[in-house]
Design a protein around this ligand. Structure first.
Ligand SMILES: Nc1ncnc2c1ncn2[C@@H]1O[C@H](COP(=O)(O)OP(=O)(O)OP(=O)(O)O)[C@@H](O)[C@H]1O
Ligand SMILES: [Mg+2]
Length: 253
């Protein structure tokens, strides 16, 4: 359902090296003083995710996981290679959840549904289910800027899983949730994955990755360091990092 073929993604960033002194800026005037930095965030990555499969993406901070997930979501075009996906996509990305903080949770749900191709009637019909699952009660009528990060995450999650995605992309979306929510969210994700959908799960919570994933890809500086059986890959990753499994790595999702 997801095919990633030899994908590379390079960010091109322009920046000022250091605030130039007055003298230097006069001297440099008219000669662009911009620096360009290229970051090869993802390099030559390939994998397939088949129906019913959950793929885990692990790796240290800055390894390229979120970049790759954004590319699968179609938000960021690959610099090289191809990505093909089949079906309706539900995304729960760490950055850029499409909620407007000034309007209520309820209105955001309706707008989110419309943006995902549902008709007004369809999304109204689904609203109650989404609202109930989120357990946000009266807060659904409040502007979302009044939400805690965990409450924000609950609603984002509830919307994403209830819009019947064929593919669910989850990038650290549960990190702000409490224990009860995580447990409920995990059960729901398993359910979505089972219903013939495919899922990509990015997490530093190696416990949940081991429990939920059929296949794990470990990224290191944008490259695939190892891919395969979750237990094997996670053990190798932990050894490489010099971390043994602790309560923190198990629970921090
Ligand atoms: N918008 C951007 N512009 C330039 N460079 C970026 C941008 N976003 C990410 N990068 C760089 O790309 C690399 C990969 O970042 P990415 O966010 O994909 O890592 P990650 O594996 O998701 O890390 P984390 O575990 O911290 O979430 C990093 O070197 C990062 O600095
Ligand atoms: Mg990330």
């Amino acid at each position: 359902m997801i095919s990633v073929r030899d994908v590379s993604i390079t960010y091109k960033t322009t920046f000022e090296k250091a605030p130039p002194s007055f003298r230097k800026s006069v001297v440099r005037m008219g000669r662009g003083s911009r620096n360009i930095r290229l970051v090869e965030a993802v390099r030559n990555v390939s994998f397939e995710v088949y129906p019913g499969q959950t793929l885990g993406l692990i790796g240290r901070n800055g390894a390229g996981k979120s970049t790759l997930v954004r590319a699968i979501a179609g938000i960021l075009p690959p610099t090289k290679g191809e990505i093909e996906t089949r079906g309706r996509m539900g995304t729960l990305l760490a950055l850029g959840v499409g909620f407007n903080r000034e309007i209520s949770g309820r209105d955001n749900v309706i707008l989110g549904g419309l943006a995902n191709g549902y008709t007004r009637d369809e999304i109204e019909a689904k609203y109650q289910e989404i609202a109930d699952w989120s357990e946000l009660g009266d807060f659904l009528e409040m502007p979302m800027r009044t939400y805690s990060s965990g409450m924000f995450g609950r609603l984002a999650f509830s919307v994403a899983v209830h819009l019947d995605p064929d593919i669910l992309l989850v990038d650290e979306a549960l990190s702000a949730g409490d224990a009860a929510f995580r447990e409920k969210a995990q059960a729901k994700m398993e359910n979505v994955a089972k219903n013939a959908g495919a899922m990509v799960l990015v997490s530093h919570g190696l416990g949940i990755v081991r429990e939920m994933c059929d296949y794990v890809v470990w990224l290191e500086q944008g490259e695939v360091m190892m891919a395969g059986d979750p237990t094997d890959v996670i053990i190798a990753y932990e050894e490489n990092q010099g971390v043994t499994e602790t309560t923190i790595t198990r629970e921090d999702i």
